[in-house]
Structures are given as structure tokens and as C-alpha cells.
Design a protein around this ligand. Structure first.
Ligand code: HXC
Length: 257
């Protein structure tokens, strides 16, 4: 059975499919993710990507510990680099990415979710960075993205104690955008994806890139970036349509998909 499933469509779904290992990420699966993301990047028919895990227990229970047990220093660094590349690719995709977190999202699992734009969590979801309990530290970007998302105090607590938090806490801490009943998870994620797919793709792309600049640039550089991106939207057919539709009191018909 394939360890990474990809369901193509206007709303595409990527599913880590190793339920017996709670969807732990070995290097082969992460390589496969990188490959699929390359295709997604160039496929203009895909409007939104949903990422989830197979089965009802786990989103991704982290990097594969049995595989890491066999890794040398160089292997470890390479694995980390690969994870960084995949996380950065999620962030650089021109379309929104939603993590549908159906269960354990630990270590690399929380880190994959952090690289997505929005997180919809099942009431059964658990988040955490338990690497400390393995004599490790987060290696798919958690030391950088977690404090950015939930603040230093909470990020330090999670990374230094290795404790897990439940879905409700993840919502209260600003990690998850929504918490829903387990049986509603995929329907809610799709409803959110459909809402995003109904917006101007061009404006969404500019918004995503500018939001990313808040992570990679200083505030003044980021504001300059925003000026350029904002200005760019004024050259788009969607800006003409969106503003005109408002004036004419009708729904806009977006051209840039
Ligand atoms: C490999 C894993 C795994 C993992 C679970 N399994 N997590 N295998 N890597 N990360 C396997 C178990 O070995 C077991 O296989 C099966 O999945 C079911 O797990 P159990 O432990 O039996 O289930 P349960 O008792 O319910 O406990 C669930 C759990 C626990 C709390 C999620 O599995 C757990 O603590 N997992 C490890 C979580 C973790 O530390 N993640 C961070 C990894 S480090 P068998 O064959 O026995 O049935 C990381 C670094 C990222 O992510 C950066 C890398 C560069």
C-alpha cells in the first residue's frame, strides 16, 4: 500500500498512510511529500490542499523513531534538511493549505501542521513536541515556527517539557483555528477549503506571500513587501471585478483562479 496518498482535484487531499505506525514520517514518506508538493505547485487546477493522516488515531505521530534510531549524524542532518524543505514548500505554495488534524500530531506532526496555513482539529487531536523525551529537539522547524505561532512562553513549555496539549488548549493558544467533532473533521476542512476556493486566487496568493514575509522579514521589510503586493493587486482583473461588484451590489466573478 502506498504510504502517501494523493487525491487530486480543485480541493486536493494529501494523506499520510501508515496508520499502524500512527503515520510516523520516515525519510521515504517525506521524500514522497516533496515530490507531490512539486506537482501541486505547478498544477493550476488545484485551488486548496488539505493534509491529513489515515485512520482514526493519528495525524502524524512524528518522525519515525525506529528509523531515526539507525541514523548517523549526517543522516540526521539530511533528514532535518529534507523536513525543512518540505515545510518551506508548504509555505511557498501559491494556494492555501489546511491541516485536518485527526489525532496525534506530535513532533514532526505538529511541525507539518505549523507549516500549513490553517489547522482544523478534531476533538481527539493532541499536539506536542515530545522530542526532548527521546534526547532530541524538534527538527522540522518547530523551534522557529512554534514560538512565532503561539509565543515564546508556551513554545518553551511545550519544547522543554515534551508535554502534549489537547485540541481545546491548542485552540485557546492560537495553534488550531477550529475544533470540531471527529466525524465532522473532513467535512469541516472541506467546507473551509471551499470557502477559500471561492475567493480570488490571485489575492489569496498575494496575501499568503505577505503573511509569510512576516515570518522571514523584519517588520519594515515586511511592510515594504506589503506595499508592493498591495500595489500588484491593483493591476489584477480581480481587483477591478471585486471593487466594481461591490459598487454594483452584486457578487464578484473572479477571473484569476
Ligand atoms: C515510529 C511510532 C511512532 C513514531 C508511534 N509509533 N509513534 N513508530 N515512530 N513516531 C508506533 C508504535 O511503535 C506502535 O507500533 C504503533 O505506532 C502504535 O503506537 P503505541 O505507542 O502502541 O500507541 P499508544 O500507546 O496509544 O501511544 C501513542 C503515542 C506513542 C503517545 C502517540 O506512540 C508515542 O509516544 N509515539 C511517539 C511520539 C513522538 O515521540 N514523536 C516525536 C518523534 S521525533 P507497534 O509496532 O509497536 O504496534 C520527531 C522529530 C522530527 O518527530 C524532526 C526530525 C528531523
Amino acid at each position: 500500500m502506498e504510504e502517501l496518498l494523493f487525491d487530486k482535484g480543485e480541493i486536493a487531499t494529501m494523506t499520510v498512510n501508515r496508520p499502524k505506525a500512527l503515520n510516523a514520517l520516515n525519510p521515504a514518506v517525506v521524500q514522497e511529500m516533496a515530490k507531490v508538493l512539486r506537482d501541486v505547485r505547478h498544477d493550476r487546477s488545484i485551488r486548496v490542499l488539505i493534509v491529513t493522516g489515515a485512520g482514526d488515531r493519528a495525524f502524524i505521530a512524528g518522525a519515525d523513531i525506529a528509523a531515526m534510531a539507525q541514523m548517523s549524524v549526517v543522516d540526521g542532518m539530511e533528514f532535518c534538511r529534507l523536513g525543512h524543505r518540505v515545510a518551506a514548500t508548504f509555505e511557498d505554495l501559491p494556494i492555501p493549505v489546511i491541516a485536518a488534524v485527526n489525532g496525534f500530531a506530535l513532533g514532526g506532526g505538529t511541525e507539518v501542521a505549523l507549516a500549513c496555513d490553517l489547522i482544523v482539529a478534531s476533538e481527539k487531536a493532541r499536539f506536542g513536541q515530545p522530542e526532548i523525551n527521546l534526547g532530541l529537539i524538534p527538527g522540522f522547524g518547530g523551534t522557529q515556527r512554534l514560538p512565532h505561532r503561539i509565543g515564546q512562553a508556551r513554545a518553551r513549555e511545550l519544547i522543554m517539557t515534551g508535554d502534549m496539549i489537547d485540541a481545546k488548549t491548542a485552540y485557546e493558544w492560537g495553534l488550531a483555528n477550529k475544533v470540531v467533532a471527529p466525524e465532522q473533521l473532513m467535512a469541516e476542512a472541506r467546507a473551509l477549503a471551499e470557502k477559500l476556493a471561492s475567493k480570488s486566487g490571485f489575492a489569496l496568493r498575494q496575501a499568503k506571500a505577505a503573511l509569510r514575509a512576516s515570518f522571514t522579514m523584519t517588520e519594515s521589510e515586511g511592510l515594504l513587501y506589503e506595499q508592493s503586493a498591495f500595489g500588484l493587486t491593483f493591476g489584477s482583473a480581480d481587483k477591478a471585478e471585486g471593487t466594481q461588484a461591490f459598487v454594483e451590489k452584486r457578487a464578484p466573478k473572479w477571473l484569476h483562479r
